[in-house]
Structures are given as structure tokens and as C-alpha cells.
Design a protein around this ligand. Structure first.
Ligand SMILES: Cc1ncc(COP(=O)(O)O)c(C=O)c1O
Length: 402
């Protein structure tokens, strides 16, 4: 049994953990479904799921049992050998996405990194090397140097310059600008079908059309970053499909492991054909524990009916948010799909997040003015009905209307 350190974990964090997070002063020790319990036993309603990760909610009995069984049987053997679970996850992802091959890693950023690398690999193998990428304003693709290079916000980028050269950013509201930016030097366009960290912004239909046209015109590959909006979060397997995009590469993470770290890059046959043994790899990628979690999640999502549940409760959540917006003039826009929503305010949203925490409701802020909701997929209409008045009261307490 692990001996817990008796010192206050918040004080110990301040002394010994790299101070790159602005954590709220709350210590969570257990959870059940959409509920979290802090170290004093207080109950919180979780509408954030660890930033889009705890898709099956907390303390999911089937997941806990599977992970316990897996820990007893075998946890890790490396990618030097086969195990029975990785190819199973890959084939299920192929069936869901239409992209037949997967590379497994441990995070969303690594999945993006693999997509960037294998875009270049494709063109290198073709004998006509291309190294450039086109990305979007407000894009967020992760913190590794490659993923950061296609991430838009200067606040993330500036301290780590110089980044990978050859990236052009275009506005998602400027299809003509996109068309002009994509050339025969472009290895790939990278897009989040719904931008997450950038403010829950779905890619407009005209821009999606322009992306497909630019790829067809120049041969540029298309990378869909579905780390946040994919894997059923919008009530459909992947949101690329909803906006009429057919990616050559796809980055996944977050919800896929339901809390166990896993990322995956998916590839079309022609991109995968360029990969050679030794090109890429990672020690932990797709180990037995992570794959077991992904299998439990994928089984729930498809045969367990979870995707249909998301579509149903998502519609309920949307109705509730739009009703709040109709009463609250400080809300400029409500955007999203399924269980991924942004509520855009006419002012900074940080104080609303704090007010919600005081009401023991977990949400967060993104892109300065946007309140973001990413609840566990298993959230019920009853829990949504409990959460929405808390959210409305948190907003009113800050803006003074309603
Ligand atoms: C769209 C998108 N891509 C990539 C990432 C990076 O994922 P990770 O934090 O797991 O590295 C994120 C994280 O928020 C994301 O939202």
C-alpha cells in the first residue's frame, strides 16, 4: 500500500512541481460518473471530464474491472513484440474512421506529431519533397515543437521560438485566403473540425469546401485533428465527416483512453505505404493497459449505445444552453455539437469559471471569453438539468443580468 505524504498536497506542489499550471485550490480524491469528491468529501458536478478525457465518467465499473484484470495479466511488453489488443483497437478505429492503419502513442500532441512527420514522409517517398503546412488562426494542436509550430496563439509559441519553419496560418472565415495559402509546396493542411482550445469554433462549411478544393488542386494531404472533437464526442464518430472532409491522416487522443493515456494517428493506405520500420516509434505506445482501456471505451461507444446517448443528451444540453442565452444578454453565441459546447461571452470568462467552482460545478474557459463544457459522455439529462441552473447562476453572479 502506498504511504500517502501527510503534507498538504497543494503546498508540496508549490515546492516541487514545475509551475506551469494554474490549478484551482481543490484536491479531488474520488469520482463516480459525473461526480467528483474532494478531500473534504464535498461533491462536485463535472462538466469538463478532465478536459475531454473521462468519456465513461469516473469510477466506471467495467473499465475498472478490465484495467484490474489487465494489470494482473500483463501491462507492458514494448513494441518489439506483438500483444493481442493493439491490432484489435486499430481495426476498430479503421472501421469507425475509414482510415485503415494506426500508430499508437500516449497523447494528442504525439498523435499530431506523427501526422506531421508522416505527411512529410509521404512526399519524401514520392520523390517530390514538401515540407510546408497550412494551419488555422485559433488552432491548438499541442505543446511538442512540431505540434506547437502549427498552434496559432503566440502566447504558447513565443517563449519557445524558433519553431518549425514553413507554417502559414489562415483565418477559418476566409476561404479565399486559404485557397491562396495552399500551394504545391504544402505537405498538408491541418484542421480541427471543431476548434477546441481556440474557443469551440466549428469550421464553417465554406471553409471546409475550400479545404477539400485546395487539397484536390495541389495534392496537399489533409490532417484532421480530432483529438478533442473526435471519438464520438459530437454524437458521431468523427466531426470531419459532418463537415464533408475526408482526411488522409487523423490525430486522436483524450476520450479514446477514457482516462488512461493513449493517442493514435490514423493513416490512409497511400500515406501508410510510405512508412518503413524504424521511421517512428515510442516505448509506451499502444501498450496493453492503454489498449484495454480503449477497447472498453470503443465497445461502449459502438455496441453499448454510447454514441446515440451522446447525440440525445447533447441535444438536451444544447436546448438548455440556448435557453440560458435567450435570457442572458452577456452571451454572444453558443457553439458546438454533442457534448462539446462553448458559450461565448461579451467579456472575459475566467470569473464565471470561479463562480461555477464555488457552486461546485466544473467547467473551464478557453480563448479568453468562452466558457467550455466537455462533460463525460455518460452524463444524463437529470445531471444536465442540475448543472444548467448552476451555470446560469454563475454567469449572472458575474455579469449581473438575468
Ligand atoms: C485539438 C487538440 N489537438 C491536440 C491536443 C494535444 O493533446 P495532449 O494535451 O494530449 O498532448 C489537444 C489538447 O487539448 C487538442 O485539443
Amino acid at each position: 500500500m502506498l504511504t500517502m505524504n501527510k503534507i498538504d498536497p497543494i503546498a508540496l506542489d508549490a515546492q516541487h512541481v514545475l509551475q506551469v499550471y494554474r490549478r484551482a485550490a481543490v484536491v479531488f480524491e474520488s469520482g463516480h460518473g459525473c461526480e467528483l469528491f474532494d478531500s473534504t468529501g464535498l461533491r462536485y458536478l463535472d462538466l469538463l471530464s478532465g478536459i475531454g478525457v473521462a468519456s465513461l465518467g469516473h469510477g466506471h465499473p467495467g473499465l475498472a474491472r478490465a484495467l484490474g484484470d489487465q494489470a494482473s495479466a500483463l501491462l507492458h511488453t514494448s513494441n518489439l513484440y506483438h500483444h493481442p489488443l493493439q491490432s484489435d483497437v486499430a481495426s476498430r478505429l479503421a472501421a469507425l474512421s475509414g482510415l485503415p492503419r494506426a500508430f499508437f502513442c500516449n497523447s494528442g500532441a504525439e498523435a499530431v506529431e506523427a501526422c506531421l512527420k508522416f505527411s512529410r514522409r509521404f512526399w519524401h517517398t514520392a520523390g517530390t519533397p514538401r515540407s510546408e503546412f497550412v494551419a488555422f488562426d485559433h488552432a491548438f494542436h499541442g505543446r511538442t515543437l512540431g505540434a506547437l509550430s502549427v498552434t496559432w496563439d503566440d502566447h504558447y509559441r513565443a517563449p519557445f521560438a524558433p519553431l518549425v519553419p514553413g507554417v502559414t496560418f489562415v483565418s477559418a472565415n476566409d476561404p479565399a485566403g486559404l485557397d491562396a495559402a495552399v500551394t504545391e509546396k504544402t505537405a498538408a493542411i491541418i484542421v480541427e473540425p471543431i476548434q477546441g482550445e481556440g474557443g469551440v469554433r466549428p469550421i464553417p462549411p465554406a471553409t471546409a469546401k475550400a479545404i477539400a478544393a485546395a487539397c484536390a488542386r495541389t495534392g496537399a494531404l489533409l490532417i484532421a485533428d480530432e483529438v478533442q472533437c473526435g471519438c464520438g464526442r459530437t454524437g458521431r464518430p468523427f466531426y470531419s465527416d459532418a463537415i464533408g472532409l475526408t482526411p488522409d491522416l487523423m490525430a486522436l487522443g483524450k476520450a479514446l483512453g477514457a482516462g488512461v493515456p493513449i493517442g493514435a494517428a490514423l493513416f490512409s493506405d497511400r500515406v501508410a505505404a510510405a512508412a518503413k520500420p524504424g521511421d517512428h516509434g515510442t516505448t509506451y505506445g499502444g501498450n496493453l493497459l492503454a489498449c484495454r482501456a480503449a477497447l472498453v471505451f470503443l465497445e461502449e461507444l459502438t455496441t453499448g449505445g454510447l454514441m446515440d446517448h451522446v447525440a440525445k443528451v447533447g441535444a438536451h444540453l444544447e436546448r438548455g444552453l440556448r435557453a440560458i442565452a435567450s435570457r442572458q444578454p452577456a452571451i454572444k453565441e453558443v457553439r458546438g455539437a454533442g457534448v462539446m459546447w462553448g458559450v461565448d461571452l461579451d467579456r472575459p470568462a475566467a470569473a464565471v469559471v470561479d463562480a461555477a467552482l464555488q457552486r461546485r460545478l466544473l467547467i473551464n474557459r478557453t480563448s479568453e471569453t468562452v466558457i467550455r463544457l466537455l462533460p463525460p459522455y455518460v452524463i444524463t439529462e437529470r445531471e444536465i438539468d442540475e448543472a444548467l441552473p448552476l451555470l446560469e447562476s454563475a454567469i449572472s453572479s458575474v455579469v449581473g443580468h438575468s
